[in-house]
Design a protein around this ligand. Structure first.
Ligand SMILES: C[S@@+](CC[C@H](N)C(=O)[O-])C[C@H]1O[C@@H](n2cnc3c(N)ncnc32)[C@H](O)[C@@H]1O
Length: 278
C-alpha cells in the first residue's frame, strides 16, 4: 500500500478487506452460479453510482458508444459499468482505480463472468494515468471525480490519453447552489475527501482544457427520485444480501437519507456530459 495519505484515505473509505468473499457468499445464497456470472447477477453491487445500470446504458447512448471502442473507465470501481460496456456493447475496457481491493475483486468477478479478454484492471491514480497519449477512443467516468481535488489535472490527463476525435463521457455529482453538504455521503464521511465544483465551473474547466461540449444533461431530478425510493425501501427492511450496503457499511442508510436532503436542498447536482477531443 502507498504511503501517500490521500491514497490511504481512498482505500480506507472504499476497501473493507473481505469484499470478494462477502460478494461470492451473497451470490451463492441467492442461488447464482459463481463460476458463470452474468453482469446482471452483479448489478446490485457493482454499479456503484446513482440509478445503476440504467444510468450506465443512458450515458452510453448519449456518448454514442460503438462496438470495438477502446474505453478507459476512470475510477471504474468493481467494474460493473466496464462489464456492461463490454458484454452489451462490444467495447474493450480498461478500468483504472485507486482502491486496490476493488481492482483485485473486480478482476476476479470479470473472470467469473467470462469477460477477461474484454475487461482489464489497472490499479492507479487518475492524476497519473499509466497510459501513453492517444490510447483510448472513449474516457468514461461515473461518480469518481468527487474524491479528486485536482480536477485541472484529472481532465488534462483524460484529454491526453484520448485519441484525436475521441470522447469523454461523464456522470458526476457536482456542487449545488448551497453549501455545505450533509455528511456522510457515499463518497466521503467528512469534508476531507469531498471536492465538489459547480456544473458551471466544471463546464468552464473542460472547455479550458480543450474539450468541445456535445451534451450536458442535468439528471438531478431522477437521481432524487431514485434515492427517495431506496430510503422508502429501508423503512420495510427485507433480507437483501446484495446491494450497495455491502460497499458502504453500516451507515449506508444515513448516507442515502443525506443524499435526499442534499438533492432536495440543492446542495448537490447530478450531471451527465459528453465532450469531444478535437
Ligand atoms: C463511487 S465509486 C464509483 C465506481 C464506479 N465508477 C461505478 O460507477 O461503479 C468511486 C471510485 O472512484 C475511485 N477513485 C477515487 N479517487 C480516484 C483516483 N484519484 N484515481 C482513480 N480512482 C479513484 C474509488 O477508488 C472508487 O472506486
Amino acid at each position: 500500500m502507498s504511503a501517500d495519505p490521500y491514497v490511504q484515505s481512498v482505500n480506507a473509505h472504499y476497501g473493507r478487506g473481505d469484499l470478494g468473499g462477502v460478494i461470492l457468499e451473497s451470490l451463492r445464497a441467492a442461488g447464482k452460479e459463481v463460476d458463470a456470472l452474468t453482469p446482471d447477477d452483479l448489478a446490485l453491487v457493482d454499479q456503484f453510482h446513482i440509478r445503476g445500470k440504467e444510468a450506465t446504458l443512458e450515458l452510453a447512448r448519449l456518448a454514442g458508444v460503438e462496438r470495438g471502442m477502446r474505453v478507459l473507465d476512470v475510477g471504474g470501481g468493481l467494474g460493473g459499468p466496464a462489464r456492461t460496456l463490454a458484454s452489451e456493447l462490444g467495447c474493450r475496457v480498461t478500468v483504472l482505480d485507486l482502491t486496490e481491493e476493488y481492482c483485485r475483486v473486480g478482476e476476479d468477478l470479470t473472470a467469473r463472468a467470462g469477460l477477461r479478454d474484454q475487461v482489464v484492471f489497472r490499479h492507479g491514480d487518475a492524476l497519473h494515468m499509466p497510459f501513453p497519449g492517444g490510447s483510448f477512443d472513449l474516457v468514461w467516468t461515473q461518480h469518481s471525480s468527487m474524491n479528486i481535488e485536482d480536477k485541472e489535472r484529472l481532465y488534462r490527463e483524460s484529454h491526453r490519453v484520448l485519441r484525436v476525435g475521441g470522447r469523454l463521457a461523464l456522470h458526476e455529482i457536482m456542487a449545488g447552489s448551497r453549501a455545505p453538504i450533509h455528511f456522510p455521503v457515499p463518497w466521503a464521511r467528512d469534508p476531507s475527501m469531498s471536492f465538489l465544483r459547480s456544473p458551471v465551473a466544471v463546464r468552464a474547466l473542460l472547455t479550458a482544457t480543450g474539450f468541445e461540449e456535445l451534451a450536458w444533461v442535468d439528471v438531478s431530478a431522477p437521481s432524487l427520485e431514485w434515492f427517495r425510493q431506496r430510503v422508502a425501501a429501508q423503512a420495510t427492511p427485507a433480507v437483501r444480501p446484495l446491494g450497495l450496503h455491502v460497499l458502504l457499511g453500516a451507515d449506508f442508510g444515513l448516507m442515502f437519507k443525506n443524499q435526499v436532503r442534499n438533492l432536495e436542498e440543492d446542495r448537490i447536482a447530478v450531471i451527465q456530459g459528453v465532450w469531444g477531443r478535437p
